[in-house]
Design a protein around this ligand. Structure first.
Ligand code: SF4
Length: 73
């Protein structure tokens, strides 16, 4: 089990994560930033535990994020 960590405060709303992985992300109509679905807010970051296949899929999404705010741990 691993975690996807989204530093949402720094999201610029480019939509790449949603385009690459629509099953995990939505774009908020309220503030235009990405939302990591079902993630838990821990202090200022959103955290979602995932299995191995999603973990590896998300590595490519994390690399594509232009402001580098999607992390895996
Ligand atoms: S790819 Fe990064 S900056 Fe773009 S919407 Fe997703 S989290 Fe935000």
């Amino acid at each position: 089990m691993a975690n996807i960590i989204h530093y949402r405060n720094k999201c610029i709303g480019c939509g790449i994560c949603y385009e690459m992985q629509p099953e995990l992300w939505r774009m908020s109509k309220k503030d235009g930033k990405a939302v990591l679905l079902n993630a838990e807010l821990k202090k200022t970051v959103h955290v979602l535990p995932v299995g191995q296949s999603i973990y590896f899929e998300t590595a490519a999404v994390a690399e594509a994020c232009p402001v580098n705010i999607i992390k895996l741990s």
